[in-house]
Structures are given as C-alpha cells and as structure tokens.
Write a protein that binds this ligand. Structure first.
Ligand code: PAP
Length: 335
C-alpha cells in the first residue's frame, strides 16, 4: 500500500506529466493553427474558431485539464472592452454588500481588477483557487464554445456592447500595450481586422452569439446584459443582476437607497477618480502589465463618432446585422 507521502509524489508526477503533455500539444498546435495579425502581439491563432494569442491559447488548454468548478461558482464573461471592469465592481459589491460600508469600501482601496481573478491570465496548475470562499467569482474573455465543459453548468453573467464602441475602445487600449518591436497598429488596419473577425477572443459576433444562444437555452444560468442598458437604466439592471446572483435587494434595502449607493460607488465618475485606479499597474500573467488608469477612459456610449467615418459605421453595422440576423439580438445601437 502507498503511504500518503508517496501517494502525493505519484499525484505530483502524474500532474507533471499531464502538464508536460499539454505543453507539447501546445507547441505542436502553434505550428499547425491558422495565423492572423495580432493587435498587441504579432500573431493570433485560430483555435476552434476563435482568435487567441499564444499565452491565452496555452492557458485555455491548461484550464481545460485543470480547472475544477464548484457548483456555486459564478462567472463574468465578456469580450474585451465591453464593461468587464464595471461589472466586476458591481458583482463584487452586490455579493459583499454586508461586509463593507459605502464610506469605507474595499473598492476605495483596491481597484476593481483585484476583486476577482481573470482566469485567462492565471497559470495552472499553480493556482487552483481553492482558497477563495464560496461563492467564488471569476472573469473570463473566452467565448462560450471554448470554455472547459465543467464551467458550462455554472451561472454566467455576460455583458456586451455596441461593436463600434468596442472597436474604438479596444484599438486605443491595445495600441498602448502593443509590443514596441512592432509598427503601430493604425485604426484603418484594426478596423479591417475587426471586420474580418481577427481580434483577440473574436470574432466578436461569434463571441456574443455563443453566450446569447446559451442564454436562450438556459435563462436561469446565463444573464445576458448590455453596456448601453446599464448606462441608461442602471438601477433596473442592477436589481436584475442582484436577483440573478441569488442576492436580491430587500424592500428595506431599496428604501434605504442601497441600490443607488452601489450604482454610485461603481460609476465611472466615482471609480475613475479614486487614487487607487489612477496610479500603478495591473499584472496579467507573467508578461502583460496594464496601467490601472487605462481601464477608465471615457465610459460613454457613442465615442466611436470621434474615430470612425460614416463608411466605417455603415460597414460594421451591416456586418453585425447580417451575422446576428434571425438570432433575435440587435447589438448595433441606432442612437
Ligand atoms: P477589459 O476588456 O480590458 O477588461 P473593460 O472593462 O471590459 O476592459 O472595458 C473598458 C471600457 O469600459 C472602457 O470604455 P471606453 O474606452 O469606451 O471609455 C472604460 O472607460 C469603460 N469603463 C470602465 N469602468 C466603467 C464604469 N464604471 N462605468 C462605465 N464604463 C466603464
């Protein structure tokens, strides 16, 4: 019979060999997958229909083997620049509203990024997240179709946004992170790539559709939200979100103004002026460092007007209307 010590050594070496096998498969895959132009790094790889950079591709493969969900886990899923930072702050504030006061809140001292982890940038099997209390919250930018199967039984909040604002916001953000070894990515180039679907985690329309279809099949498991609705009627959306998360606001809380307090706490105006969100960097994985202030740019609907021509607008609207035709979802706001 094996002693507990030799059992754990056996488990460790099994894990090591599993891990080594993933690394081998990953190296092989990089040579065989279709390649496209990256926005931050030189290349993206088309992995099961979605464009990923080499780091997020590797993490996806590792997650598929190692990530173990708990039934109470809740995920925030989003394409880049659609409202992740905002939703992180809101979900964390709803779930933890009995732990902090609004005058001295966790968010005043820590940025929204540190409220819960983005699993796409975590290295496995080093971090298994078993130290986090239930309900564990996680964020991901991966499309639904390439998530580990075990995750699909958990609750998801999905946030999407008008593609024109997504393109604009993403181009500005990625230009700041773009490798200095590469020539700058011009807006016209980013536009062409976006229209072809070649964009980290994209095509954007496939990303949205992957969660939209799942939300129609399991509305109790996936809450589908829009950035524009959040902007226009934050209190209504916040109440929906709280109910979905299993923490509805009580009548007493509504009367005491808790809904308004959370909306205000997590607003762009409030978060963007906090010292903690103005200085320092957020680290994702081993290599990517982002200035915290770059998560807060304008936070508006329709800033694309300052960047995209009428022709560009019409082309994006046309592509998204066509791709989403028959789905029941409209993503391109006509405001
Ligand atoms: P990520 O993909 O890097 O996580 P994400 O947080 O999804 O970024 O999106 C950032 C956008 O949300 C920025 O939009 P903009 O470039 O058009 O301005 C950012 O300004 C906006 N944003 C950040 N926080 C908030 C907030 N509290 N309310 C509204 N918009 C916000």
């Amino acid at each position: 019979m094996l002693s507990s010590q030799s059992l754990s050594i056996t488990n460790e070496s099994k894990q090591d060999s599993e891990y080594n096998k993933i690394c081998e498969d990953y190296k092989h895959m990089l040579k065989t997958l279709p390649k496209g132009n990256g926005w931050r790094v030189q290349h993206l790889y088309n992995y099961n229909g979605f464009w990923l950079d080499s780091d997020t591709l590797k993490t996806n493969m590792i997650l598929n083997t190692y990530f173990k969900t708990q039934p109470t886990d809740i995920f925030l899923a989003s394409f880049m620049k659609t409202g992740t930072t905002w939703l992180k702050a809101l979900m964390f504030s709803i779930i933890n509203r009995h732990r902090y006061t609004f005058s001295d809140h966790y968010l005043h001292h820590h940025g929204p990024q540190s409220t819960f982890p983005l699993i796409d940038s975590e290295i496995y099997p080093v971090n298994d997240f078993t130290h986090i209390n239930a309900p564990r919250l996680f964020a991901t930018h991966y499309a639904r179709d390439i998530l580990p199967l075990c995750m699909t039984s958990c609750k998801f909040v999905y946030i999407c946004r008008d593609p024109k604002d997504v393109l604009t916001s993403k181009w500005i953000f990625m230009s700041k992170l773009r490798s200095k070894d590469l020539t700058p990515l011009l807006l016209g180039e980013a536009f062409e790539l976006f229209c072809q679907g070649v964009s980290e985690y994209g095509p954007y329309w496939e990303h949205v559709l992957s969660y939209w279809r799942a939300s129609l099949e399991s509305p109790d498991k996936i809450l589908f939200m829009k950035y524009e609705d959040m902007k226009k009627q934050p209190k209504v959306e916040l109440k929906k979100l709280a109910a979905f998360l299993g923490n509805p606001f009580t009548l007493e809380e509504v009367e005491k103004g808790v809904v308004e307090e959370i909306v205000r706490l997590c607003s762009f105006e409030n978060l963007s002026k906090l010292e903690v969100n103005k200085k320092g960097v957020e680290r994702f994985g081993k290599l990517v460092e982002v200035e915290k202030r770059d998560f807060f740019r304008k936070g508006e609907i329709g800033d694309w007007r300052n960047y995209l021509s009428k022709e560009m607008k019409d082309r994006i609207d046309g592509i998204f209307d066509e791709k989403l035709k028959g789905s029941g979802l409209v993503l391109t706001s006509r405001d």
